[in-house]
Design a protein around this ligand. Structure first.
Ligand code: B12
Ligand code: SF4
Ligand code: SF4
Length: 311
């Protein structure tokens, strides 16, 4: 894969980002997200981290840290999900959490529902944190639950099998993993949803409005466009411009709306209902699309749904 492997020397050396770097300040931005209405026909599931633009939120907060450092004469730069730094390792060394067997970083008593951002600075700050010990123990629930068997060893994800990657990858969606996609349209949360620390935290949260929620409300975190789930047929009915306008903040290969259509067709093949004239027409339209890749995915979806209809 590319990402941090495109230039490992740079991604593992903070001095490449800020000359003479001395400290990294790491922030975990918690997100909540909502469970999708899975039972409703034609609904596409959106991973919780992407229901809001959480990277924008964390960058906004880190900008305040940079402001203070720069005002005091230090050099400081933000890195967040941009391949310039292996974010989880920075967070692990900062003592934020432990590496779960699903390769996510988990915070004790909170779990893994957070994204990571950092400020790299030449200010020589005192390290306050100790590294967190493993909290997985004998549990293997994420490994057992992964729909594609992508967690090949504890802590090691074969990204080429990971649905989160396949939904973002160019080209045809591999046939071998189409059924496993279910109704997902962006991201995959399965290895986090089954995770006991995440579940325990969610139960505690239900009982009380946490301090962090009160803080994020005060910082205006909820004050932005939210995409909790999508209408899959509507994706097929929308123009490229409308799709990029609505979903443009997601990572879409080459900024080509055809990939949203491709993903929607696989999801519809899994959960659609051909007795709906609207859905049937939308898939038939895509079977006549000029784009060969879209035609193939539409034929796959129609064929799969017809077989379920017949039986
Ligand atoms: C490439 C990438 C992906 C790829 C590959 C994921 C992977 N596991 O490598 C794909 C597209 C599949 C992906 C998916 C997701 N990602 Co992603 N992704 C990245 C990205 C851009 C680079 C990751 C990377 O460098 N990988 C290469 C290896 C070297 O680094 P690493 O993944 O951190 O791996 C460490 C562990 O494997 C550990 N390790 C190694 N050996 C062992 C052995 C054991 C036993 C253990 C326990 C650990 C361990 O050490 C490695 C080095 O520190 C980062 C952002 C960034 N710039 O860091 C986000 C990031 C990792 N992703 C993130 C998220 C939220 C996700 C998803 C949950 C999104 C979703 N819901 O769909 C899924 C989760 C999938 C999963 N189980 O990992 C967050 C993770 C936050 C967290 N709490 O951990 C990050 C940090 C983005 C951010 N800034 O917040 N992602
Ligand atoms: S994100 Fe989904 S496909 Fe990827 S490792 Fe986790 S459960 Fe498996
Ligand atoms: S499901 Fe279990 S093994 Fe996997 S990360 Fe969570 S606690 Fe660790």
């Amino acid at each position: 894969m590319q990402f941090t492997y495109r230039n490992p020397e740079r991604s593992t050396d903070a001095g490449c980002i800020v000359p003479n770097a001395k400290s990294i300040i790491v922030v975990a931005q918690a997100y909540k997200g909502e469970d999708c209405k899975a039972s409703q026909a034609g609904v596409g599931k959106v991973a919780k981290y992407s229901q809001q633009d959480n990277y924008r939120l964390v960058r906004g907060k880190l900008a305040l840290v940079v402001e203070v450092l720069v005002a005091n004469g230090w050099n400081a730069k933000i890195v967040c999900d941009d391949n310039a730094l292996v974010d989880r390792e920075a967070a692990y060394r900062a003592g934020i959490g432990w590496y779960g067997k699903n390769s996510m970083l988990l915070i004790p008593r909170r779990g893994s529902w957070f994204v990571i951002g950092s400020v790299i600075t030449d200010a020589p700050l005192v390290a306050a944190s100790q590294q967190v010990k493993d909290g997985c123990g004998k549990c293997t629930r994420c490994i057992d639950a992964c729909p594609t068997g992508a967690i090949i060893r504890p802590g090691v994800v074969d990204a080429n099998r990971c649905l989160a990657w396949l939904l973002q990858a160019k080209g045809s969606f591999p046939l071998a993993y189409r059924d496993a996609l279910g109704n997902r349209i962006y991201g995959c949360d399965e290895c986090q949803e089954v995770c006991p620390p995440n579940r325990a935290f969610a139960m505690r949260e239900q009982r009380s409005t946490s301090q962090s929620e009160a803080l994020s409300n005060a910082l205006g975190d909820d004050d932005q466009d939210t995409i909790t789930w999508v209408d899959l047929v509507e994706i097929l009915e929308s123009s490229d411009e409308e799709l990029l306008d609505r979903f443009g903040r997601w990572y879409i290969p080459g900024r080509q709306a055809r990939y949203l259509r491709r993903n929607a067709l696989v999801a519809l093949g899994n959960i659609g209902d051909l007795t709906s004239p609207r859905l049937r027409q939308a898939i038939l339209n895509e079977m006549a699309n000029n784009d060969e890749m879209i035609r193939e995915h539409a034929c796959w979806a129609f064929d799969k749904l017809s077989r379920t209809w017949d039986s």
